[in-house]
Design a protein around this ligand. Sequence first.
Ligand code: EPZ
Length: 451
Amino acid sequence: MTDDVLVVHGGTPLEGRIRVRGAKNLVSKAMVAALLGDSPSRLFDVPKIRDVEVVRGLLGLHGVKVTDGDEDGELVFDPANVESASTDQINVHAGSSRIPILFCGPLLHRLGHAFIPDLGGCHIGPRPIDFHLQALREFGATVDKTPEGLHLSAPNGLHGTKFALPYPSVGATEQVLLTAVMAEGVTELRNAAVEPEIIDLICVLQKMGAIIKVHTDRVIEIQGVPKLHGYTHRPIPDRIEAASWAAAALATRGHVEVLGAQQADMMTFLNIFRSVGGEYEVTDSRPPRLGDPGQEGGIRFWHPGGELKSVALETDVHPGFMTDWQQPLVVALTQARGLSIVHETVYEQRLGYTEALNSMGANIQVYRDCLGGTPCRFGRRNFKHSAVIAGPSKLHAADLVIPDLRAGFSHLIAALAAEGTSRVYGVDLINRGYEDFEAKLADLGAHVERP
Ligand code: EPZ
């Protein structure tokens, strides 16, 4: 643990330009989709993050040859020799990521059976997989839960089904997509999640030969096909990372240009950012032409000076305010005048990180009540899932231990915004989802060092 610490000398505004690559929450799923093809796939702009390494390792164990392509960030997947892996080999990846659960459908199609290790991912509540298993059973899979993990088989093949999710879960929607595309017959999924990363996964699957219709009102219809081929895809940029740097610019009274950030996927965030008093400017991409090298688009975010304003926001499924945007932005809200309110409706336990902010001088109270009108599953179940942030508060340095990925980035922002020298322990966790974050901090003029 002592090696895994970053010393942050706070109080300097972040200034400069960084670039975001393909969205973590699409890239890892597109990698799994490559298993379904009968020819190689190419994925561009893949960030060098831990989640990608985990999926790469699991694909390798199942016989998918993964190589680096010619372009920086390009990966090539050759699924010609898909094979079973031993439970011992797979268990090496136990607890490291949530993505293994998405191997179920593709492995059942390719091998007729699947073993899924104990899942990991961020500790932000119980994170059950009941919707996934219910969906897989609807397709005809049998699921055997054992102490070492899940054993699945499909003795009679997988068949299309009509199914409604109890909640528009991102992962369960992806599970259904990755299973239905090659199941026999038609699948109709109601109450599906429609996050931009899911639409991009649908684009990947369509490129592979799938037939998928996205209807209004969260209904997705999938016509199963007997075979799929490889894809070539450039993913949507990471809108969570982009918003994290935007929040860091605001909290440190800085100015950060995020190349690659896309307005369309971030509209809800941009509205809140402006309501708080932050400013931004969108630059569109321009393709290269004769005599013109072109321009990579992005969004510049900055603190215009003066005081920030308090806001009320509720996290929600798309097109609502993403739950992953909440933690970084709350650090900036500690600097806003008045009372800001955050009602977290996606995860029941995603406000624990506020204790660390309070230890730095923030004034944040968390409540079990629903402080907002969005229908929520947590109010009656006694979870502390609403926060009231009173500001502005002067933040001072502290020793912090990172609890999970997004909360970890918020701790980092708080340390950068605070006066004095903080020690942030467990920072390697941030590499799960933020590529080269230390190099990017250096590019933005942050004073950070490994002791
Ligand atoms: C994805 O997680 C993302 N992870 C999360 O990002 C993100 O916060 C989340 O979607 C919401 O946008 C990846 O894409 C790898 P869910 P996922 O299924 O798919 C409940 C990050 O930091 N639920 O939409 O696991 C669940 O408990 C991560 O990048 C069930 O009850 O999220 C939660 O309350 C963190 N049963 C809600 O649904 C189930 O079987 C939404 O979860 C599945 C989910």
